[in-house]
Design a protein around this ligand. Structure first.
Ligand code: IPD
Ligand code: CA
Ligand code: CA
Length: 270
């Protein structure tokens, strides 16, 4: 059935779902919502769960045969040829602390290939959309990665895993090298928005480790469609189940990759 349905219609459904979830996020922010612990540091709020339910229900009612990979729940198998990859609320720690930097991220894979992506930042009412081969857009206007280089004059971003205090892949050595080499490194706490900002040319590059497919699926397609380069830390083509990502405007990619390689071979900071 799904083969008859145009990509445009799928994008419309994804946008409606993202906007609906975003509205709930905005409404509940700074209210008294409940939260629980997934790990020592890693939390989930009732808003994460409610948003996921909302998004999955909306997409499922339009495309009942499709399958889902979403952060908060396992879903019964559907047609593996069409898989939605969903982070209902990227930036949960920010959200739980009332720090208004978070988003919804929804992507669709067709036969394992990213085919559309939507990232919605409700607090700024910014909707990033992309379809494979169709370009990248912010609130309907085309976006493109920056043309800034070299790294010394670039603003880049990263994030740290929840288990950074314990893990051997805590990103601290990478951060140390890149903070010294770039104009600045930001750490805002929502991977999907970091990628959207690279696509929009507001950041020149972004790298991170220990990510999950739902953190990067929509953003990786967005960056590529905005003319950027997305690889793992070795410069190999990025797949969404790679846990390391490097996404840039293309012009500073090699510089960052070289520093990451050097840092990843060095003694860990912690
Ligand atoms: C997290 C955010 C954060 C990144 C973490 C992710 P969540 O996702 O994207 O920026 O550094 O690695 O797990 O838990 O807020 O959806
Ligand atoms: Ca996430
Ligand atoms: Ca999340």
């Amino acid at each position: 059935m799904s083969n008859d349905v145009g990509l445009g219609q799928m994008l419309e459904v994804a946008v409606a779902a993202a906007r609906e979830a975003g509205a709930l996020q905005k409404q509940k922010l700074w209210s008294d919502f409940s939260l629980s612990f997934k790990g020592e540091v890693d939390i989930v709020t009732e808003v994460d769960r409610a948003c996921e339910e909302m998004i999955v229900n909306r997409i499922r009612s339009a495309f009942p045969s499709h399958s889902f990979l979403a952060e908060e729940n396992l879903y019964a198998d559907g047609d593996p040829a069409w898989r939605w990859v969903i982070d209902p609320l990227d930036g949960t720690t920010n959200y739980a602390h009332g720090f208004p930097w978070f988003c919804v991220s929804i992507a669709l894979e067709r036969q394992g290939e990213l085919t559309l992506g939507v990232i919605y930042h409700c607090m700024m009412d910014e909707l990033f959309t992309t379809t494979r081969g169709g370009g990248a857009f912010l609130n309907g206007a085309p976006i493109h990665v920056s043309s800034r280089q070299p790294l010394r004059q670039s603003l880049i971003a990263t994030g740290f895993p929840y288990d950074a205090a314990r893990g051997n892949e805590n990103n601290f050595r990478n951060f140390f090298e890149l903070q010294l080499a770039a104009r600045g490194v930001r750490r805002a706490g929502a991977a999907a928005l970091d990628l959207a900002y690279v696509a929009a040319g507001r950041l020149d590059g972004y790298w991170e480790c220990k990510l999950k497919p739902w953190d990067v699926a929509a953003g990786a397609l967005l960056v590529r469609e905005a003319g950027g380069t997305v690889t793992n830390h070795k410069g190999e083509p990025h797949r969404i189940d790679d846990h390391r990502i490097l996404a840039t405007n293309g012009l500073i990619h090699d510089e960052i990759e070289t520093l990451l390689e050097r840092a990843e071979k060095a003694e860990p900071v912690l």
